[in-house]
Design a protein around this ligand. Structure first.
Ligand code: TMP
Length: 212
């Protein structure tokens, strides 16, 4: 077992930007080059809290807006012991959405401030790198229809994009904006190089605390 820790790498972006495809390709490429890596995604719909969130997203139940925000956060916190253990074992975690989606989506609703939305996630393991897959809403629309889940409308996604832009102004987080309008392979190559560099840099550093 390596004594050097793995990196915490997050992919964020609005729907249709290609996050899931890129996470899978990245994990595969890292493993092929001999670097232990695993994929995670939030919400993790497999836990009890995750199942509540999933039926909310599928519009099978309604939850009060503050409550569901706290459930999304709790769904991250419940996985923190497992995440820390893996990072300490030298496994790099490639995460499809994290607290940034949490804040961007809730604060796109009326009467939610960025600050209130960030609070429950303060102190989570801090990503070593957050890549934002940037995609113009008109290009995203050309990639096909939205699904039927809650939040999957163009107007809501535009508000979410604006919240992400506000979050990206925070220099305490290592943001990299990736142009996701290019081909899957070109985007993948850029992401892979960025990750290899961060894995080498982060391996001797302690895991940080988000927004603290
Ligand atoms: P996904 O499983 O397709 O990524 O969709 C999850 C949805 O939940 C997506 O619309 C973004 C939203 N979301 C939140 O509202 N808060 C959160 O904390 C997270 C992780 C996702």
């Amino acid at each position: 077992m390596s004594c050097r820790r793995g990196s915490l790498i997050v992919l964020e972006g609005v729907d249709k930007a290609g996050k899931t495809t890129q996470c899978k390709k990245l994990v595969h490429a890292l493993q092929q080059s001999g670097r232990p890596a695993e994929m995670m995604r939030f919400p993790d719909r497999t836990t009890q809290i995750g199942q509540l969130i999933s039926s909310y997203l599928e519009k099978k139940n309604n939850l009060e807006d503050h409550t569901v925000h706290l459930l999304f956060s709790a769904n991250r916190w419940e996985l923190v012991p497992q995440m820390k253990k893996k990072l300490e074992q030298g496994i790099t975690l490639v995460v499809d959405r994290y607290a940034f989606s949490g804040v961007a989506f809730t604060s796109a609703k009326p009467d939610f401030s960025l600050e209130w939305c960030k609070n429950p996630d303060v102190g989570l393991p801090k990503p070593d790198l957050v890549m934002f897959l940037q995609l113009n809403p008109s290009v995203a629309a050309g990639r096909g229809e939205f699904g039927t889940e809650r939040y999957e409308t163009s107007s809501f996604q535009r508000s979410v994009q604006q919240r992400f832009e506000q979050l990206m102004k925070d220099p305490s987080v290592n943001w990299k904006v990736i142009d996701a309008a290019r081909s899957i392979e070109v985007v993948h190559s850029e992401i892979k190089v960025l990750c290899e560099n961060i894995i080498n840099t982060a391996e001797n550093l302690p895991i940080g605390e988000l927004w603290k």
